[in-house]
Design a protein. Structure first.
Length: 92
């Protein structure tokens, strides 16, 4: 009986030891995944900011192409020249 009890205690101890190793391994993996997810989150935020800035720049470029912005330098010079009574050469 003592031998069986000792074997049972030894088996339980070994099981706890192996379970502890597995727990530590899972803990390390969970910690690594947590760190990776934090890094991914930071990268996603940076990407979102870059995407927003890029879309704003593209929007500005498109509005400039459509002529929705302030008058260009040549049209400002033409307006100033005509108010002063000078003739403006045409630009082809």
């Amino acid at each position: 009986m003592v031998v069986l009890e000792a074997a049972a205690i030894g088996a339980a101890g070994y099981g706890l030891y192996r379970g502890g190793e597995a727990g530590v391994r899972k803990g390390k993996e969970a910690h690594k995944e947590y760190k990776r997810e934090q890094n991914r989150s930071v990268q996603r935020n940076e990407l979102g900011q870059k995407t927003k800035a890029r879309s704003e720049r593209i929007s500005q470029i498109m509005s400039l192409r459509r002529g929705a912005s302030a008058p260009s330098v040549t049209s400002t010079n033409a307006t100033t020249a005509t108010t002063l009574g000078a003739s403006v050469p045409s630009v082809a």
